[in-house]
Design a protein around this ligand. Sequence first.
Ligand code: BES
Ligand code: ZN
Length: 575
Amino acid sequence: MDLELEVDHGARVLHGKVTHRLERPDPSAPLVLDTAALEVLEVVGEDGDPRAWSLGPEAGREGRALRIDLHADDAEVTVRYRTLPTGEAVQWLEPQQTAEGTHPFVYTQGQAILTRSWIPCQDTPGNRVTWSAWVTAPRDLRVVMSGEGTGPRPVPGSDHLLRWRHELPLAVPPYLIALAVGRLERIAISPRVAIFAEPSVVGPAAEELADTEAMLAAAEELFGPYRWGRYDVLFLPPAFPYGGMENPLLTFATPTILAGDRSLVALVAHELAHSWSGNLVTNATWEDFWLNEGFTVYCEKRIVEAVYGDERARMEMALDRTGLEEELAELEPWQTVLDIDLEGHHPDDGFSGVPYEKGALLLRRIEELVGRELLDEFLAAWFDEHAFESATTSEFEAFLQERLASRRPGALQQLDLEEWLREPGLPADAPRVTSEPLLAVDREVSRWVAGSAANDLRTEGWNTFQWLRFLQGIAADADAARLADLDATYELTRTGNAEILAAWLALATRRGHAAARPALEAFLGRIGRRKFLVPLYRALLEADAEAARALYARFRGQYHAVSRETLDGLLGFEG
Ligand code: BES
Ligand code: ZN
């Protein structure tokens, strides 16, 4: 597809034109595209003449089908359209929602099925397209996309606009097409890695991500060549609803991983790993989502281990495991199945830690059974032989049979793959990790539970993971007075680490530690990352439902549609 877009911040509109070049296995069939919150203006063929088109009925968040009656010999078709401000992919930010506070910002988030709200296209991960784009924007802003960029060109007849060119000759599913426009600067950290962020963020961000080239080299060593050319990371304003998004060549990241000590950079290892699991080999449907995320979490841990050592990887795995167990207790059984059935659901309804953590545990279990060497060979073959294709869970099963079971007869005999893939919950043979530094924390948790004062705890030299473990551990045994003691001793309310702060604020809020309330409000008013907002609003709902609803009503307009969708349900918000 070839795109032309014009960014209008004032009206919150993208003016668009897309030309689809078509493969037509059935030349008599109409072309059907997905759209949502789009105003279609005109459809023309290569000859410039209009083609008949119609929009189907509104199908909730799936949007409306755009049916185009092509001529028998049409090899391409062009749709002119504009986005509506209600579209879910595009978030328009006011200057005060940015770090600098001086310029507006806009970006898109395509996964899972939101791309249709800024590009009419066949919006399924089973489809792949190569694309190019011309984007016109005010000249004081920079345009970046999930493809290869060549600098800006003048716009004839305008001295305040520039046109930016991007293209991706490698075929990707539509959910991986992404755009961001803002006051962005760039710092290179290696010949193929650069950081983009607002001027005041880009320096610290480049420092924090200094190990990215080492991660990339480690990943190539493990999983095969990096096929995309550049690997850049864009830091978005804090409203970004995810931790990270693996847009090809340009990971989108939340600034909340900028802790100052590189302790939260596993997120970069994760998004980078998607360059193999997800972007090279893509889940064929959103029911196969665990193939993207489970593989990626497994690969992420291998990268962390290669760059930061085994002890750190184990701490991160142990924390993930506790998180999974807590989540499993809350989810409905159907949501805890890897080969999930999403019939009648929006893909986002199936979203949880299960495809991530249970998926990764399955690969770790296979590693335990066949050994690392064979598993690594298997992974490299999986990525190589399915490169630029999509894959289903059954294809994974067949490949596992063919490439592992046959190589080491009997090795997988103990694996009940059917249970792992199709039963709810976590199988009993899920591998466990132990971590010495976390066991040391558990001893202090026990002393706390037995009544030790905050300054009697042996916390010296604790890293981020240890603090997170501690906060997890004391959650059931903390009242407001004891939390005040903890806060006075360790100044948790003032930590600059967003993971620790979010965990602490949830605990403090739930247990009525009133001194943390201003920090909670500041956090909710600035950060849009759903993973933090959900537990914080939940805690506040429990402690003070009225305050929770009032704060949500105040901040809702600043959150991305993805976060709003989840929080509307949680808080019973009705527009
Ligand atoms: N691809 C996901 C984000 C995503 C998933 C967006 C589903 C839309 C629908 C991304 O790779 C991811 O998993 N991000 C995590 C961070 C990671 C370290 C677990 C996140 O955003 O928290
Ligand atoms: Zn992911």
